[in-house]
Design a protein around this ligand. Structure first.
Ligand SMILES: *[C@@H]1O[C@H](CO)[C@@H](O)[C@H](O)[C@H]1NC(C)=O
Ligand SMILES: *[C@@H]1O[C@H](CO)[C@@H](O)[C@H](O)[C@H]1NC(C)=O
Ligand SMILES: *[C@@H]1O[C@H](CO)[C@@H](O)[C@H](O)[C@H]1NC(C)=O
Ligand SMILES: *[C@@H]1O[C@H](CO)[C@@H](O)[C@H](O)[C@H]1NC(C)=O
Ligand SMILES: *[C@@H]1O[C@H](CO)[C@@H](O)[C@H](O)[C@H]1NC(C)=O
Ligand SMILES: *[C@@H]1O[C@H](CO)[C@@H](O)[C@H](O)[C@H]1NC(C)=O
Ligand SMILES: *[C@@H]1O[C@H](CO)[C@@H](O)[C@H](O)[C@H]1NC(C)=O
Length: 419
């Protein structure tokens, strides 16, 4: 089984220049850098291609500040889905766009990205299928099990890719960073939980290092058929890709199962680096794939609700409200006691709000207490004020950019095509 690639990125790709998504005239295009030395440590993508990143240099006061962003894009949890992935842009840099548009938190324009525009900004391409946390040794073991011709091309050493990219960036200035922020969305947002403290360990001791997860707070919940399908999925992923050894040792030695420590709700309290959790309380990806996956709704009773919250029945709305309550419940301790943490949990039907300009920082972008996401994250990073915002429940927020519902037909069509 393959959890579908993030719909948002695909949607943005499809709709980059419709009237609904403002299309900037001066798009910043940043070329890909292959990590040639990765072969020295066997840090290959699923298909054996070299891993890659895109770097746009900082300038002025930001020259010694670094923002690293993990690309997202689902996961693969069995041989078949990983093999399929290896033949696509999700598992091979050969099939990826060689130039990326840097917008939102990656923009270099002060009026579009007020706090990070002049930093060194890096997008880490995702080609391993396990949130940069697997190790190939385990995949080799699978060869025997599956009785499959298992070549180097289906290894999944995400953790090695992470390290290879860091080692490549250190001499380029990351090793002398004064400020740093590790971010990412979706599977990349999950990767920030998994790698946050490891990131800190590579940077100078006196550097100001923090981490931000966008739409990576995947909940350990039962789906509507009471199946713990996401936990089963992660269990398979962890054993296939050899993730266990790379999970937080303090978490796994505290009586949690490895698959639990893959969930941010258990891992978060062991992370020592200051952390910001940005998430929608009705995250569309989690709604469609974790709360109501197709296996839990074989007759498609939820189809209308999945396309438009206004079409949901009262029972369906109750279930969605329950999902929000579950998310807030597991964040409560962090909300109340974390002195260094930040939160922005808005009540939108969204997924990934830091990478696109219209949700990160724009005249009509989502707000809480009149603050945009860019302002909330900046306030937290620079310690300007406590930045912990929790929205009131749906449908109270009128600033949302929902991916379903009021979205024009072409977006709804794109969602249907993707699922
Ligand atoms: C490449 O990797 C090898 C082995 O880890 C190391 O000795 C060498 O310094 C690296 N070269 C560069 C340019 O990073
Ligand atoms: C920065 O963005 C603003 C607002 O979109 C735009 O007016 C301006 O031309 C941009 N500046 C540069 C240098 O691209
Ligand atoms: C498993 O692999 C062995 C050795 O390559 C082969 O003889 C056997 O037919 C395979 N079994 C299946 C079920 O593919
Ligand atoms: C960080 O991760 C890399 C790659 O797995 C590992 O080699 C290194 O020891 C880790 N550093 C710390 C401090 O855990
Ligand atoms: C439960 O979830 C797993 C993992 O997604 C799936 O393979 C299985 O078919 C589901 N079982 C039922 C009864 O829906
Ligand atoms: C575990 O916790 C101890 C004490 O808080 C800390 O010193 C250590 O770095 C942590 N180890 C990991 C792997 O996070
Ligand atoms: C909200 O913020 C905008 C600028 O971001 C400002 O112009 C406006 O006055 C603020 N509104 C309120 C009610 O504070």
């Amino acid at each position: 089984m393959e959890v579908n690639p993030i719909l948002v990125l695909a949607l943005l790709g499809l709709l980059a220049c419709t009237p609904w998504f403002a299309c900037s005239d001066q798009r910043l295009l940043v070329p890909m850098t292959l990590v040639r030395n990765a072969s020295a440590t066997g840090a290959y993508c699923l298909d054996g291609s070299l891993p890659a990143y895109h770097l746009d240099r900082g300038f002025g006061a930001g020259a010694r500040s670094w923002l690293l962003q993990f690309e997202g894009g689902g996961w693969c949890n069995d041989l078949e889905s990983c093999m399929d992935r290896a033949k696509s842009r999700r598992g091979s840099t050969d099939y990826m766009s060689k130039v990326e548009v840097f917008s939102g938190i990656l923009s270099n324009n002060a009026s579009l990205n007020p706090d990070f525009y002049n930093w060194n900004r890096v997008k880490l391409r995702y080609c391993d299928g396990a949130s940069f946390a697997g190790d190939s040794k385990f995949s080799n073991g699978v060869k025997h099990l599956a009785n499959f011709t298992f070549t180097v091309s289906t290894n999944a050493p995400g953790q090695r890719i992470w390290k290879a990219i860091i080692l490549d960036l250190l001499p380029k200035g990351l090793g002398r960073a004064e400020k740093a922020l590790l971010s990412g969305c979706s599977a990349g947002g999950l990767a920030t939980f998994l790698h946050c403290d490891n990131f800190t360990s590579y940077l100078p001791r006196n550097a100001d290092v923090k981490c931000l997860s966008d739409a990576g707070f995947f909940l350990d919940i039962q789906d509507i058929s009471l199946n713990s399908s996401i936990r089963t999925f992660y269990e398979d992923l962890i054993s296939l890709q050899g993730v266990e050894q790379n999970l937080d040792k303090n978490c796994t030695s505290s009586g949690y199962l490895p698959e639990q420590c893959f969930f941010p709700q258990y891992a978060l309290k062991y992370i020592q680096t200051p952390f910001f959790v940005l998430n929608s309380a009705y995250d569309v990806y989690q709604f469609h794939h974790i709360l109501v996956p197709p296996t839990a709704d074989p007759h498609g009773k939820w189809n209308r609700c999945k396309l438009d919250p206004e079409a949901c029945s009262p029972d369906e709305i109750n279930i969605l409200q329950g999902f929000r309550k579950d998310m807030l419940a597991v964040l409560r301790e962090f909300l109340e006691y974390s002195r260094t943490g930040g939160l922005f949990i808005n009540s939108c039907f969204a997924h990934c709000q830091s990478e696109s300009q219209d949700t990160w920082f724009a005249v009509d972008s989502p707000r809480m207490h009149n603050k945009t996401i860019a302002e909330a994250v900046g306030d937290w990073y620079f310690g300007r004020r406590v930045s912990k915002e929790i929205d009131c429940a749906y449908p109270c927020d009128s600033t949302c950019h929902n991916l379903i519902g009021q979205a024009p037909n072409n977006i709804q069509h794109a969602i249907r095509t993707l699922e």
